[in-house]
Design a protein around this ligand. Structure first.
Ligand code: GMT
Length: 378
């Protein structure tokens, strides 16, 4: 089967899921064609079944704003015909689903039928998508996709609540590739970061407001008052400067390290004791799952789909958004007792295994097969 995957190439969760999915499908023998405006961050290897097609931005003096959706739709039309794609899987509704629909209509006029699977990831529904600026197009794109998936039950509920949807939504959770995400022996890292055997807390994200990284810093400041500890902040984005300023005022600045964007995040997670995810809203929390796969328990907010991943009192703890005192108290419960920490670490790994790629990939394959059967019947 030849599949086109349309995604964002950046470090954001939707791009990561799309890339890892494509890689895993290619390993199973599918021919995968990534279509994006630059090479996806985790697509840094050679596989004869994987192709990358760059959507080149064509500037013209008349355009104050480049019509990316139009360029993308044209690119999709070309790739579908040239590489005889059987279906398109688009990740993140805006503008990928609507561009795919436009391409589908153009192709139909030329005698090609290409089914579209749209995967909703989170902010395309919970933040940006529901804004009236986008809502009609997002609703239309979901209703006219041939199949729709969402990464959590919570996101499925939010989609029905925020849009006028008359389509079934299949929940297919995010997944983990354990051949990559597993605790590794990195004692030299541990020594370099925490020479006095301090506990290591960590947060990774794209540093957007929705992550509430100020709460991560506040929780850490409370924990650091009681337990010798270090905080690693991994990633980069619009909030980084504000957070750096906050750190300087927190009184614990010398215990906080900004690592910026990191490729081999699993190596760093391998030496960490606790992951902090304080988001305002989070449809799934893939970053938390990656930490759990490396045996790191999670202190998080209870927003969106996080409770489907982080189990309260088992793999970590959940608190109301913004309740930094509760988050810090929970962190101390785990970090303050070696036996408790060991139990939470092993529970985190056990729970992460429920999201093993070998369990989740067949769910996507089933959606594809059902669509192709429908196409044959039509
Ligand atoms: O979290 C982000 O800002 C990135 C965003 C994205 O769309 O790239 O991530 C979303 O998709 C991930 C993969 O499905 C989910 O694990 C994240 O929870 C979700 N982020 C939010 O809902 C804020």
């Amino acid at each position: 089967m030849n599949i086109g995957i349309v995604c964002y190439p950046t470090f954001g969760g939707s791009g990561v899921v799309a890339t890892e999915l494509g890689k895993a499908l290619a390993a199973k023998g599918y021919e995968i064609h990534f279509i994006s405006y630059s090479q996806p961050a985790r697509l840094d290897f050679f596989n004869p079944n994987v192709f990358f097609h760059e959507v080149s931005i064509y500037e013209y003096p008349l355009f104050d704003y480049i019509p990316y959706e139009t360029i993308l739709a044209s690119k999709i039309v070309d790739i579908v015909k040239q590489y005889k794609l059987n279906l398109l899987h688009v990740h993140y509704a805006i503008p990928h689903a609507s561009a795919a629909l436009m391409a589908q209509n153009i192709l139909k006029e030329q005698g090609f039928h290409i089914p579209i699977v749209t995967t909703l990831h989170g902010t395309d529904i919970t933040l940006v998508g529901k804004d009236p600026t986008y809502e009609p197009v997002v609703s239309y794109s979901i209703n006219h996709s041939d199949a729709v998936t969402a990464v959590s039950e919570s996101l499925k509920r939010d989609t029905y609540a925020n849009f006028h949807i008359d389509k079934p939504i299949h929940v297919i959770p995010n997944f983990i590739d354990f051949s990559r995400f597993a605790k590794q022996k990195k004692e030299h890292f541990k020594k370099a970061i925490a020479p006095q055997n301090e506990k290591i807390l960590v947060h990774t994200s794209n540093f957007r407001k929705v992550k509430r990284i100020e709460d991560v810093v506040k929780v850490f400041a409370l924990v650091a008052q009681k337990i010798p500890s270090k905080l690693l902040l991994i990633g980069d984005g619009p909030e980084r400067t504000n957070i750096e300023l906050l750190c300087r005022e927190s009184g614990v600045c010398e215990r906080i390290t900004f690592l910026g964007k990191q490729e081999q995040i699993e190596e760093i997670l391998s030496v960490c004791d606790l992951f902090l995810l304080t988001s305002e809203t989070e449809s799934f929390g893939l970053a938390a799952l990656e930490a759990m796969a490396c045996e790191v328990p999670v202190i998080s907010s209870n927003s969106g789909g996080i409770p489907e991943v982080n189990i309260h009192g088992v793999t970590g703890f959940l608190s109301n958004v913004g309740d930094v005192d509760d988050m810090a108290a929970n962190a101390l419960k785990i970090l303050g007792d070696e036996k408790v920490l060991k139990t939470f670490k092993s529970n985190a790994l056990k729970q992460a295994k429920a999201f093993h790629i070998d369990l989740i990939l067949p769910m996507y394959e089933q959606v594809y097969e059902d669509l192709l059967k429908q196409k044959e019947r039509a």
